[in-house]
Design a protein around this ligand. Structure first.
Ligand code: R5P
Length: 303
């Protein structure tokens, strides 16, 4: 029997795209909340003996995780051969250190929770800094889909004379990869974050890029403050309004509109988090990564 995909709410478009490019069945199920707010999960499509794939991007994870956990547990209870998770945005990885006394490395705790629920995981550009690979915190098989090649392809098709600008020095390797594939120069900003919504950036020697369009590429846009601060610097240097590309369009509250109002040229994102700014479709590489894990059988390793 074919693998069967189930979309958690908000992930229907991605699950449909995955089904179209892989041939996997889109499963039918009932998900609803009881009057008291608890979740009810009922699989209508057969899952016994099958590869089950749950599709659930983990932006705003606290609202989603109980339902996802229950869905995975019920699929196993009903005899699924394996349960995999396609979570194009993987939450909690920014909390990868004890920044202040009394905090915890919640990235590890979250990984334990997800790792207990599913057998494998596919994600896109996880936010890895102090934790250097998913294998450090996830004990299950994982695959990471790089967003750089499709982003570079989009830049080539839509921006004349671009210069890729990474948000901070940690992004140098990534900005370089996007720029190399797009065939253009790149630079990075220097970022100082003073609080959740207080970011300052400096952009070294911007004058050399006069006549080019800055393409700000960041893995996450949350408050949008990083992109807004960078865009202001770019405009102050007399350059054209920058194009902003986020891999993961989290956009808290009014952040997306705030960024548009800040006078940027365009705001574009990949399809890892369903959002009005989605322009760069990642269904094919995500399906390929999930297919590789399915082909690897029970002992599939991380890559
Ligand atoms: C930080 O390390 C990330 O790469 C992003 O720059 C950050 O998460 C963006 O957040 P915000 O949109 O809130 O400035």
């Amino acid at each position: 029997m074919k693998p069967v995909l189930f979309a958690l709410p908000g992930n229907e478009a991605l699950a449909g795209a995955l089904s179209r490019c892989s041939g996997w069945e889109e499963g039918s199920w009932e998900l609803r909340a009881f009057p008291d707010g608890e979740s009810h999960v009922r699989f209508v499509s057969e899952v016994a003996g099958r590869e089950v794939i749950l599709v659930c991007s983990l932006d705003r994870p606290d609202e989603k995780v109980v339902r996802l956990w229950l869905a995975a547990c019920v699929a196993r209870e009903l005899g699924a051969a394996r349960v995999g998770l396609v979570a194009p945005y993987l939450a909690y990885l920014r909390q990868d250190a004890r920044f202040r006394p009394g905090e915890g490395v919640t990235a590890r705790h979250f990984a334990r929770l997800l790792g207990a629920a599913v057998d494998w995981l596919v994600t896109v550009d996880p936010h890895l800094h102090r934790i250097r690979s998913l294998g450090e915190v996830y004990a299950i098989a994982t695959r990471v889909v790089p967003a750089a090649p499709p982003i570079a392809q989009w830049i080539r098709a839509h921006v004349t004379a671009p210069v890729v600008v990474g948000p901070d020095e940690e992004s140098a390797q990534w900005a370089a990869e996007v720029a190399a594939a797009a065939g253009c120069p790149w630079t990075t900003l220097r970022k100082t974050r003073r609080g959740d919504r207080d970011v300052e950036v400096s952009v070294p020697r911007l004058e050399q890029w006069q006549g080019r369009t800055a393409v700000l590429v960041d893995d996450i846009a949350s408050t949008g403050k990083t992109m807004m601060a960078a865009a202001a610097r770019i405009r102050a240097a007399g350059m054209a309004p920058p194009v902003c590309i986020a891999v993961h369009a989290l956009f808290a509250g009014t952040a997306h509109q705030d960024l548009l109002d800040a006078g940027v040229g365009a705001v574009v994102s990949t399809t890892t988090v369903a959002h009005v700014s989605n322009r760069i479709d990642l269904a094919e590489p995500i399906a390929a990564a999930a297919g590789a894990l399915l082909a690897g059988g029970a002992g599939a390793q991380s890559a």
